[in-house]
Design a protein around this ligand. Structure first.
Ligand code: ACO
Length: 355
């Protein structure tokens, strides 16, 4: 038995490959660095979905589906406003029917974007913005999430983020999606399962807490002492460590470069670099036998903060980007996979039979 299924191969996929030793991420035959910042989110989605889901006219199909999702979610907005942002997104996505197979992929992807935006706005007491079908998915979602349109640099940075996190092998949320898909439950149901798995701070819930850590440290001079205390208390440093990477997560470098390009914006890149260096020094001493390096969430926090996205919306924004990957995995699982049903080893008491 391997706790946490560490190193267990549970699926074959043509979608993405995480090389943890080399720090390399390949998405359908392309290095991440050749996609992120170079292609639109719709094109990255079409690349992933080819052979699994319809990809013709994805930009306009997605735009129309955003409008349908917005109308569909309207009756639920009062309830959503009483939850946290990620819970609100879960509520909204749970209302989608498992029905029209041909429309499910585009409907679910558009709905994830709209649900994340509505969740971000409603739970912070703001009015919601209706979709604009003239905009790309990235530009429209950025506008709807923060209530104001982005300029070209901001949209480019946001789109770079969406493409960077679009897929990542058999991570916990993708595995959850594939387990549900393997029972033939339907695509929208499998997407909700994936969102539930992503929500936790050990997976997609980390970037908000990264900013909480920045706030608590406040100034680079405090970093060493604050980090030493946190580790002494048995806390994990958010934005560091990964199950597969034994070197720096390549997505961290792509996102750091994207933040650096956002010149003139209120970003704290020098401050973050100082915290990162202090954390890496401390983790090296703290766990000399296990290499703990910077993961994607550290610079996600910095990028989304520089784009004026509220921190409560970070996990919903991650989820809306990853939904394209989940959908591809769900369809790949449905096409060729078997029911996922591992076994457990019973270590409880046995019935005592009367003599
Ligand atoms: N800070 C301090 N110690 C850590 C950290 C960390 N960030 N990460 C791992 N460790 C320690 C663990 O406490 C453990 O110590 P122990 O053996 O004394 O108990 C040891 O390193 C090994 O950790 P595991 O839990 O076995 O590593 P695992 O592969 O299960 O965890 C994970 C990976 C969950 C990402 C972990 O590194 C972590 O909790 N990081 C912080 C949260 C985070 O940044 N999550 C985002 C991950 S990226 C993503 O999912 C998109």
């Amino acid at each position: 038995m391997r706790p946490g299924l560490d190193n267990v191969i549970a699926a074959e996929t043509i979608l993405s490959h995480v090389d943890g030793e080399a720090g390399r991420l390949i998405i359908r035959g392309h290095d991440l660095e050749d996609l992120a910042g170079h292609i639109a989110y719709e094109d990255a989605t079409a690349l992933l979905w080819a052979g699994f889901a319809p990809t013709a006219n994805l930009r306009s199909e997605l735009a129309e589906a955003r409008v349908r999702a917005f109308e569909h979610f309207k009756p639920l907005t009062d309830q959503a406003a009483r939850l946290t942002a990620v819970e609100a997104m879960r509520l909204l996505l749970s209302s989608l029917p498992d029905d029209d197979r041909s429309k499910e992929p585009v409907n679910s992807l558009a709905a994830a974007g709209v649900a994340a935006a509505l969740a971000a706005r409603l739970t912070s007491g703001h009015t919601v913005l209706a979709p604009d079908t003239n905009l790309s998915h990235a530009a429209d979602i950025l506008r709807m999430v923060r209530g104001a349109p982005g300029d070209a640099d901001e949209v480019h940075a946001f789109e770079t983020y969406l493409v960077t996190v679009i897929d990542h092998g058999l991570n916990a949320s993708t595995f959850a999606a594939r387990v549900v898909a393997s029972t033939a439950a339907g695509l929208p149901s499998a997407v909700v399962a994936a969102l539930c798995a992503l929500k936790g701070p050990l997976h997609g819930g980390a970037p908000g807490p990264v900013l909480d850590m920045f706030d608590a440290i406040a100034t680079p001079a405090n970093a060493d002492a604050w980090i030493a205390d946190a580790l002494k208390r048995g806390e994990r440093l958010m934005g560091f460590g990964h199950r597969v990477y034994r070197v720096r997560d390549p997505r961290a470098s792509v996102l750091k470069a994207a933040v650096a390009r956002l010149k003139g914006r209120a970003n704290r890149i020098a401050f973050a670099e100082a915290i990162e260096a202090a954390a890496l020094r401390a983790l090296k001493d703290f766990k000399s036998e296990r290499r703990l390096d910077t993961n994607v969430e550290f610079y996600t926090a910095l990028l989304l903060e520089a784009l004026a996205i509220p921190r409560e919306a970070f996990t919903p924004v991650f989820a809306l980007a990853r939904t394209a990957g989940w959908i591809a995995h769900i369809r790949e699982q449905e096409a060729g996979g078997r029911l996922i049903r591992p076994q457990s080893r019973y270590v409880g008491p046995w019935p005592v039979k009367a003599a």
